[in-house]
Design a binder for this molecule. Structure first.
Ligand code: ZN
Length: 283
């Protein structure tokens, strides 16, 4: 039996993300819920002694009021032992950014978060889990290519810019073409315990749960506790009272199971910064 490891992420979009919603109907009004529900999440994580990585848009750490800002809450997340990662500066759709705009959102976000918490921010979580276009990894996104045009930012270019800006970790979700074809054929996700993978000098880890904390995420938790490898799970604070896969009830069961496996010595709840230094050469 090998010991598994858990990386649990919260993507904290705030109203910056709600204003840029890409789902039907344009801008949404749920920004304030990200702050309100984060309080519930901090309690839940403390109850089970399981840390999380909160990927926050940098602009939320600047002075100002909810639903756009709450630097005091970002500081509290850090003070409670969780990791603060960057989720870009204003929840930007990265594939469509110019090289200069990409570097600017990475830089501004890191600076705002580091100034806020007084500690280094080295992990990055791309909004909407994009880009997934990554020719070197046999992953091609027609929608990103159509929408972003010739100068699109693919995953390799993102990682190169991340390394330049001083980031060392990135959560990714690209899938090689043959895996996507097989998934379509089988009509289910083909997930397996994740490993760190270096892309242009950045330690990357691929999502291996569909989002949320219900059946599939709990199954991956148990699988990694048996086979070893990383469970990579995530949710959005604004969604934890919606009754879906990210609901607090599922989170509670997930955290309880993680704590049980940890107490049995089969699982370690970890954070991106604790996985570094990682392999830095490849691709
Ligand atoms: Zn997001």
């Amino acid at each position: 039996m090998r010991r598994g490891r858990l990386l649990l992420f919260w993507d904290v979009d705030t109203q910056w993300g709600a204003d840029r919603s890409r789902s039907g109907g344009g801008p949404k009004a749920w920004g304030a819920l990200d702050f309100e529900h984060t309080e519930l999440l901090l309690e839940a994580h403390a109850r089970h002694g399981v840390p999380a990585c909160f990927a926050v848009v940098g602009a939320a750490a600047l002075p100002g009021e909810r639903p756009y800002h709450d630097p005091a809450q970002v500081r509290r997340i850090h003070a409670l032992g969780h990791e603060v990662a960057s989720h870009s500066h204003r929840h930007d759709w990265l594939p469509g950014l110019s090289p200069r705009a990409l570097r600017e959102t990475l830089r501004a976000s890191k600076q705002a978060l580091e100034d806020c918490i007084g500690a280094p921010v080295t992990a990055f979580v791309p909004p909407w889990n994009r880009p997934v276009d990554y020719p070197a990894g046999w992953s091609f996104s027609l929608s990103e290519r159509r929408e972003a045009g010739r100068e699109r930012v693919h995953l390799g270019a993102l990682c190169e810019a991340l390394a330049e800006a001083g980031y060392r970790f990135c959560r990714v979700s690209y899938r090689p073409m043959h895996v996507r074809l097989l998934q379509r054929l089988l009509r289910r996700r083909l997930d397996r315990p994740a490993r760190l993978e270096a892309i242009r000098g950045v330690a990357c880890v691929r999502l291996n749960t569909p989002g949320g904390f219900d059946g599939p995420a709990q199954a991956m938790l148990r699988r990694c506790a048996t086979e070893g490898g990383l469970v990579v799970a995530y949710g959005h604070p604004h969604s934890v009272r919606g009754g879906g896969s990210q609901d607090l009830a599922h989170l509670e069961a997930f955290l309880r199971e993680a704590a049980r496996l940890r107490d049995e010595g089969r699982l370690e709840a970890t954070l991106p910064a604790r996985l570094l230094p990682a392999p830095v050469e490849a691709n």
